[in-house]
Write a protein that binds this ligand. Sequence first.
Ligand SMILES: [Zn+2]
Length: 332
Amino acid sequence: MESNPTMKFFTRRELLLAVGGLAGGAFAARLFPPAIAHAAAPGFPPQAAAGDPVAAMRAQFGGVPIQAQPLTDSITLLSGPGGNVVVLNGADGKLMGDTFVQPAWPHLKDALATIGNEPVKTVIDTHWHFDHSDSNASLHAAGATLVAHENTKKRMSESHTLAVLNLTFPPSPADALPQQTFPQNHKITMNGEKVSLVHVPPAHTDSDIYIHFEKGNVLQTGDIFFNGMFPYIDDGTGGSVSGMIAGATKLLAVADNNTKIVPGHGPLGNKADLMKYRDMLTTVRDRLQKLKSSGKSVEEAAAAKPLDDLDPAWGKGLFNAATFIQIAYPAL
Ligand SMILES: [Zn+2]
């Protein structure tokens, strides 16, 4: 194997870009030492990460500071530890979309307290992946009800390995599993806001939902949308490139020109960002499908460098073009 995609996943520059909005080389160097063998975030000893890619990634993501950005009077975007969390706050209590990785929990708790004293009543997972559901148990212990699509509960109850990343997850403990699940759509009214939870046919996984805060016009997409970067696609639990394109199209139908679109990874976006991303995925699918239909193996396809022209614009996030081919080719 010419390169290790897992190692690639952890290079500090890319991780920094992936979390979005953070700047400063010295800051980056402090947070993300270059080698995975020593890749522990502050507070997490290197030996906890060495040889355990999941622990390493938890530590890496968990060490990123949380930044708060108000989206409306009652909705706040928290960004940092590996992704984005949306918080709706008010007299009825808090509702959250996604939860960051587990090591970020103490910081997430502080960030929630800064928004207001109201308790977290409802926590929604956009899909089963650990960087979105990892603080479930902590939030449930603090009194929240966990809500997700029924496949999120199913997938979290099983053992899975994320291909290319080589991250293996055992079944989640019972107290981390969603208590309330739904097969298609679910609506929650809270703090004067209508929150629509809508299942999207298999895209990034088979457990994806989007969360639409209708009054605030905020759309939380989960990992159907990686803003400004090649996405991950989990074909092991139902994801596919065509599903991602169809998912992006479904999201576009919900958004208008003023919708604040919170991606699973990357900075806050808008409809134009989502369209560009959907178009990129369509280009990728067409090019890779051509190679696959002509019988080329993934190695032969990669050697043809079919996505190199997209690398400058899309390959500076979590995955460069070469790694993205490894992810997307089996998911065609
Ligand atoms: Zn994901």
